[in-house]
Design a protein. Structure first.
Length: 549
């Protein structure tokens, strides 16, 4: 039975794993938004600025392992979302961009016969061309006959490749009758290739004396945490997460040794991973941040890597092996009962904050958060780029979303809102003052949607991470904004802490009040940075040193 094209798209999104839509309308998107609201299949959360929409959709996708949907208008709206979608592409997040577009009947104007269309950049296609670069599949729904197969293909690409996709819906096509979308079967996989690959991986693990599992974001993107946890237990292999994968398997009882960060990380963890004689990397992105700036400390040619639907075992390459298929094949070959794992203690985290009048150091924030989690239970964390993310490495292992590789600022607050929508849970948001200046205003939408995140602003009146790279700079100084005072104006409650005693009191008060968002502004002296950031910057400076110095 046919339905308006907009409805067909909404149902297809939900059937492929979307649970909500984030968006900001515009005249090219109004007809689609009308359908979204009336259809009611997916809740619609409007925000204030398109970067926030993109980040929230990305975080929602990361959280529930389904599709995150970002719905915007043509030109001024969609092009405003290029940065978050580029980040989602880099970090393999399943975001669907839906943009309204010029009607099919308007398509021949734009320069040929007179009037240009507002929001148009260079040509009517410019936006599609831009998104071609940062999405893995695209379609413009200008033919209702083909629309169901186009939608099915694009949404399958999003799921299978775990990268963003782009769908443009011309504003005059929204109500055109259209057949429903039949989901495509998974792309075919050669079972014998999977078996051969799993045999080789198992043989290497069996021979090894010091095997280690290093897990990365694809494990979460493809909803494989429970299966990987099972595999680690049955094989009796210790598990480390990458920097990007921090938070993975935090709900699983696995022999965890913490987060690997190479030179930037805890030396004991680095030693275990780097000295492994069979390092199995599952869903790991080979990036500088994941490998503590340099991959040279690990012999990547000897390691085993399953990512991007391919597996590399030493010099052997197996194309077209989805991560889930490999893990299932390894589980088939693993012992049924758990195996003993030689204990490798995870490093101690800061705890037991001394609540005195001393100024606050980022380590104190980690201790205060750990104390809070110990007392009241852990919260999911959304972190921005900046020292707040490095400080999060000293917090208890709990689900975390953060731009650990693409490293864009502005992610933290909207990502926290994405978690609110996607999980119904209250997140802890960590954000620097510089990043808060970019997207912190999105907290103003909390009252409308009934969200009450707990936000901690690391206020050092500085782009401190950059100052660490370049200590003699003046341009990294920021003014001291009164963020706690802004909270009330945005419908929340603010707390300001300058001492460690005030920090504890502020966190406790903020945690106790769930009636609105809470903003705890922690004043930090310039130059006070986490040990992890200090090591990270030191490692980068070392890596960039000219040869021979
Ligand atoms: N613009 C974006 C969108 N992302 C970036 N990563 C940068 C610029 C470059 N950058 C990296 S860290 C940083 C900047 C500007 C400073 C971050 O400042 P703040 O949020 O206050 O955190 P802090 O470094 O003080 O911990």
């Amino acid at each position: 039975m046919t339905q308006p094209l907009a409805r067909v798209l909404i149902h297809a999104l939900a059937d492929h794993g979307a649970r909500e839509v984030f968006g900001i309308p515009g005249d090219f998107a109004l007809p689609f938004f009308r359908h979204l609201e009336r259809c009611g299949r997916l809740p619609l959360y409007t925000l204030s600025h398109e970067p926030g929409v993109g980040f929230a959709a990305d975080a929602a996708a990361r959280w529930h392992g389904g599709l995150g949907v970002a719905c915007v208008t043509y030109g001024a709206g969609a092009l405003n979302m290029v940065n978050p979608i580029a980040g989602a592409f880099s970090e393999k997040s399943q975001v669907v961009v839906i943009s309204g577009g010029p009607g099919v009947s308007e398509g021949h104007r734009g320069g040929h016969d007179g009037l240009l269309l507002h929001h148009q950049a260079k040509t009517l296609d410019s936006q599609l061309q831009v998104f071609r670069e940062i999405t893995c599949d695209q379609t413009r729904l200008d033919d209702p006959q083909r629309a169901p197969v186009e939608i099915a293909r694009v949404l399958r690409s999003c799921r299978e490749q775990s990268r963003p996709v782009y769908i443009e819906i011309p504003r005059d096509q929204v109500d055109v009758p259209c057949d429903p979308v039949a989901a495509l079967p998974p792309s075919p996989v050669e079972a014998e290739a999977v078996a051969a690959c799993a045999d080789e991986v198992m043989a290497r693990l069996d021979r090894a004396e010091r095997p280690v599992l290093l897990v990365g974001v694809e494990v979460r993107r493809f909803d494989l945490e429970a299966r990987v946890g099972d595999l680690a237990r049955r094989l009796g292999i210790p598990v480390a997460t990458t920097f990007m994968g921090r938070g993975l398997l935090s709900q699983e009882p696995v022999p965890s040794i913490g987060t690997y960060m190479g030179l930037a990380g805890c030396p004991e963890i680095s030693r275990v991973v780097e000295e492994s004689d069979a390092l199995l990397m599952l869903g790991v992105l080979l990036s500088d941040t994941n490998f503590g700036v340099s991959g040279e400390r690990i012999d990547l040619r000897a390691a085993m890597l399953a990512a991007d639907r391919a597996v590399r075992v030493g010099f052997h390459a197996y194309p077209d092996i989805p991560l889930a298929d490999l893990i299932d094949a390894l589980l088939d070959r693993a012992p049924v009962e758990p195996s003993v794992c030689a204990a490798i203690p995870a490093p101690a985290l800061p705890r037991d904050l001394v609540a005195d009048d001393a100024p606050v150091h980022p380590r104190d924030i980690a201790a205060a958060v750990n104390d809070l989690f110990d007392r009241a239970g852990p919260m999911p964390i959304a972190a921005d780029m900046g020292d707040c993310l490095f400080t999060a490495m000293d917090m208890r292992h709990t689900p975390l979303v953060a731009p650990g590789y693409y490293a864009t600022m502005g992610f933290g607050v909207p990502a926290g809102l994405g978690i609110c929508a996607a999980s119904g849970r209250r997140p802890l948001v960590l954000v620097g003052d510089g990043a808060f200046q970019m997207t912190g205003w999105e907290l103003g939408v909390c009252a409308r949607h009934g969200w009450a995140p707990l936000v901690v602003v690391f206020n050092n009146a500085s782009w401190e991470m950059l100052r660490t790279f370049q200590p003699d700079s003046g341009f990294n100084d920021l003014e001291v904004w009164q963020f706690a005072r802004l909270a009330e104006a945005l419908g929340g409650r603010g707390h300001r802490a300058t001492t460690r005693a005030q920090l504890r009191a502020a966190l406790d008060a903020a945690h106790a009040d769930e009636s609105c968002f809470q903003l705890v502004e922690v004043m930090l002296p310039r130059g006070a940075i986490s040990d992890t950031l200090a090591r990270f910057v030191g490692a980068i400076k070392g890596a960039n040193r000219p040869m021979g110095t």
